[in-house]
Design a protein around this ligand. Structure first.
Ligand code: TRP
Length: 336
């Protein structure tokens, strides 16, 4: 039986944090053994939001590839590629843009939330909403369909984008004949990791994340500042671990003393400072193998570049094939 294709993407706008790790990239490492796996560094999509900050996107590409390799994405199994090196994706985006109404894009819940956030940041003028930004779901549909992705591992915030992609596929196939594959979401067991501040989501820009690339001192500082049960004031107060972020991370990284941590917290036998110190030790142990791999790749930037270049070359061949089929079906294959 033919292997199914997995396609996922990530915007290069900063380093990966442990929320990305537990919610996403850890799964990609597992999936790469079973599926034909493509991981897109979505620099063109990152630019829809950061067109005035090309340096940030440029630097993040390299950082992100190193992050992915450090957590165990294996370039011999998975294809890591750069969106901007595949013009076929941009061409597909143009063709698909006829199949989507502006009203439909404006109704997309993910886009709606992002527009709302932008308005909060930049005011009501709405000038921050570009044609490119509004259309990024179309471009994301091109990312997925260029590789005939069957499964798309994403967080639940991405489901509306996937639904939009499926609509585009159905419309394309009904007008031009069956060509594209309708993808399905592949949700991870832990869709979302909470932040150090207790926020429901750990986010790059929320200042509540532990990054895989953080050094020891930074990890220590962040954990020592993490939110614990606000009702515990004195060292021997009894506390509720279920509202404590320190306990939450003990659990997340599978501290083998978890039961003791829980019992001592509930009975008032354990102070928060000691509990945090234990978490620092465990977290650093957890991050150590990742940090070691990172060091290797940081010292071998040419190798990292080569991996991305080779992956992009391989991905381009696949996208070329899809584009050829699409153009045939659309009757714009004049000179073939
Ligand atoms: N929009 C996704 C995010 O912000 C990134 C992305 C780009 C993506 N292209 C994709 C995800 C294709 C899945 C499939 O996280």
């Amino acid at each position: 039986m033919e292997k199914k294709t997995i396609l996922t993407g990530i915007r290069p706008t900063g380093h990966l944090h442990i929320g990305h790790y537990f919610g996403a990239s850890r799964n990609w490492v597992k999936l790469q053994d079973k599926f034909d796996t493509y991981i897109e560094i979505a620099d063109v999509q990152a630019l829809t939001d950061n067109f005035n900050n090309p340096d940030k996107v440029r630097k993040s590409v390299q950082d992100l590839v190193i992050d992915l390799l450090s957590v165990g994405v294996d370039p011999n199994k998975a294809t890591i590629f750069l969106q901007s090196t595949i013009p076929e994706i941009a061409e597909l985006t143009v063709f698909y843009s006829n199949l989507v109404t502006i009203a439909r894009l404006e109704r997309n819940p993910t886009v709606k939330t992002e527009i709302k956030q932008k308005k909060e940041l930049f005011g009501e003028k709405g000038e921050s909403i570009t044609y490119g930004f509004l259309g990024y779901p179309v471009s994301q549909a091109a990312d997925i369909t260029a590789f005939k992705g069957n499964l798309v591992p994403v967080g639940d915030d991405q489901l509306p984008l996937l639904e939009q992609c499926r609509e585009i596929v159905r419309k394309f196939n009904s007008i031009y004949g069956k060509t594209l594959v309708e993808p399905e979401a592949y949700l991870s067991e832990i869709p979302r990791i909470k932040g150090l501040d207790g926020n429901e989501k750990m986010g790059k820009s929320l200042g509540n994340a532990i990054f895989l690339a953080d050094d020891e001192e930074t990890v220590r500082k962040k954990i020592m500042d993490a939110v614990t049960d606000p009702n515990k004031i004195k060292i021997d107060d009894k506390a509720n671990p279920d509202v404590c972020m320190v306990y939450y991370y003990h659990k997340l990284i599978k501290n083998e003393n978890l039961e003791t941590v829980c019992k001592e917290c509930k009975s008032g036998k354990r102070g928060c400072v000691a509990c945090k110190k234990e978490l620092v030790t465990k977290m650093l142990e957890f991050l150590k193998p990742i940090a070691e791999k990172r060091k290797y790749y940081e010292n071998h930037p040419e190798e990292v570049k080569e991996i991305l270049k080779e992956g992009s070359k391989k991905a381009k061949k696949v996208a070329e094939k899809t584009l050829k089929e699409v153009k045939e079906k659309m009757k714009i294959n004049y000179f073939d």
